[in-house]
Design a protein around this ligand. Structure first.
Ligand code: CTP
Ligand code: MG
Length: 227
């Protein structure tokens, strides 16, 4: 089952504190952005990549795409102020497809096997997100004081990719834009429409490179995979 992917890459990486877009930092001597792009470049079911970029980074990103021979990028729209705006920019320039995946460019360790399960579930049910079971004891805290211990069996950490029937995501995005609703992921926008969203159990390796410790984890994951 084929799909297209929207990859928001127009963040600034404040929590990484590298003084530049964290996606340009390297893991095993290759930019994080390229690690992520290569997963989709090498997936025969991916028919197009739509990458939201910062205007001032477009030229450099274009040079990286050439250097690493990434051929499936079909759109490089300008990203927006928030991640959701960047995803929206991708959808606007996207060709029609049955299934669209949204994936953070900052998650380089996603596998074809999880992607395949997400695409299949989205095709059959409309919407599916990658997630892992919460590992820690989870508590709700207000003003520094525990209010409640939440039953961990019901808690999942939600990742990307998130996969949708194209029309469903487009409708959710348009509705969010019209009403000025800002969500932290695409699933939230679809939840608002009352549509059910299925979880595809993913891997704890599918980390988002966010703070500098994640660079250490990232190098370790690459080493481990090479074993
Ligand atoms: N992103 C984007 N447009 C934005 C903000 C984020 O395209 N306005 C992208 C990032 O490039 C990243 C993904 O969304 O691939 C997930 O965002 P996050 O991990 O928060 O990255 P940053 O926003 O760059 O980092 P920070 O929040 O620490 O500044
Ligand atoms: Mg951010």
């Amino acid at each position: 089952m084929d799909y297209v992917v929207a990859l928001p890459a127009a963040g600034s990486g404040k929590r990484m504190g590298a003084g530049k877009n964290k996606l340009f930092l390297t893991l095993a001597n290759k930019p994080i952005l390229i690690h992520t792009l290569e997963v989709f470049e090498r997936d025969p079911h991916c028919t197009g990549i739509f990458l939201a970029v910062k205007q001032e980074e477009r030229e450099y990103i274009q040079s990286l795409l050439n250097e690493y021979i990434i051929t499936k990028v079909k759109g490089l729209p300008n990203g927006g102020k928030e991640r959701q705006h960047s995803v929206h920019a991708c959808l606007k320039v996207m060709e029609d497809a049955e299934i669209v995946l949204v994936h953070d460019a900052a998650r380089p360790f996603i596998t074809h096997s999880v992607i395949r399960r997400l695409v299949k579930t989205a095709y059959e049910k409309g919407a599916a997100v990658a997630g892992v079971r919460a590992k820690d004891t989870m508590k709700k805290v207000k003003n520094g004081i525990i209010v409640e211990t939440v039953n961990r069996d019901d808690l999942w950490s939600i990742q990307t990719p998130q996969a949708f029937r194209f029309e469903l995501l487009r409708q959710a995005e348009e509705d969010a834009e019209r009403t000025g609703f800002l969500g932290t992921d695409e699933a939230m926008l679809v939840e608002r429409l009352g549509h059910e969203i299925h979880i595809v159990e993913s891997s704890y390796e599918n980390i988002k490179i966010t703070t500098k410790e994640d660079l250490i984890f990232g190098e370790a994951i690459i080493k481990h995979r090479q074993l």
